[in-house]
Ligand binder design. Structure first.
Ligand SMILES: N[C@@H](CCC[C@H](N)C(=O)O)C(=O)O
Length: 260
């Protein structure tokens, strides 16, 4: 069977995107998703995203990590599926879609996508890190020498060492200026460093504000794959109106032969 796909990337976090509005994709086929994401034998990506019909919103997003398993919310993937929906002509300026963590609003302007993330009520402070869930679980830790830090090794140690079966994504951070941070992320379910992680960048922005490293509620984040911005409102019961903004691009489209 020939499978049509589109390849998108959002600040270097890349995804196989499939229009599954006809509902023909075998959603429980972990092996197939892992093959499609394989960078040697398949298309290659950090994850795979299905665009599906939804009764209450413009569309539904189903996200898989490259290990082939469905996972929690993907911020960069959410920005890329908005660009994909715009390319397919199924949305206009103001967009809403349903993901595993609920309804999201979004907008797109000349390839730049702003995505509203779910509210965050709790940020856990540990001895040298913070932990919060921005749609996916994130460990946030300031480090010296981020540029040369062994993110795959140190990230795996923490992901498997202190976060049990569920695991967590691991973000290593250094501060560039009062409102700008550099971030490198080890991603659960990719089990390696990715060029960028949207829910991770969102977690870093909130964690840095929460711990007083910045007093700005509009935070710039540099990742190896590009620049993102997170703005938010702080309230007595947490953080809301959290918007993740950055580029999302179609790289290529194609078809791939898969066993039917
Ligand atoms: N790259 C994503 C995060 C995707 C989910 C994450 N790997 C997990 O399993 O928690 C993003 O941009 O947020």
């Amino acid at each position: 069977m020939l499978l049509n796909f589109y390849k998108y990337q959002g600040t270097g976090n890349d995804f196989v995107m499939i229009d599954n509005r006809k509902g023909v994709f075998p959603k429980d086929n972990t092996e197939l998703v892992s093959f499609l994401c394989d960078r040697r034998f398949g298309i290659g990506a950090d994850g795979l995203i299905l665009l599906e019909n939804d009764q209450a919103a413009d569309f539904k997003m189903v996200y898989y990590n490259s290990d082939g398993r469905q996972s929690t919310m993907c911020g960069n993937g959410g920005r890329c599926i908005v660009a994909f929906a715009n390319f397919l002509g199924i949305v206009d300026q103001e967009i809403s879609f349903v993901a595993i963590d609920g309804l999201h609003r979004a907008s797109i302007d000349d390839g730049i996508v702003s995505l509203e993330m779910q509210e965050v009520q709790e940020i856990m402070e540990k001895s040298n890190s913070l932990f919060l869930d921005t749609g996916s679980p994130h460990h946030v830790q300031l480090v010296d020498g981020l540029k040369d830090f062994d993110v795959p090794k140190e990230g795996a140690k923490l992901r498997y060492g202190i976060y049990g079966e569920q695991g967590s994504n691991i973000n290593f951070v250094d501060q560039e200026s009062p409102d700008t941070f550099n971030v490198r992320t080890y991603e659960r379910g990719v089990e390696d460093e990715t060029y960028s992680c949207g829910t991770g960048v969102t977690a870093v922005a909130l964690a840095m504000y929460h711990s007083g490293k910045t007093s700005n509620n509009r935070v710039r984040i540099n990742t190896p794959g590009g620049k993102l911005e997170v703005k938010f409102k702080s309230s007595p019961d947490g953080y809301k109106e959290i918007w993740l903004t950055g580029p999302a691009k179609l790289v290529f489209k194609g078809e791939i032969n898969v066993a039917s």
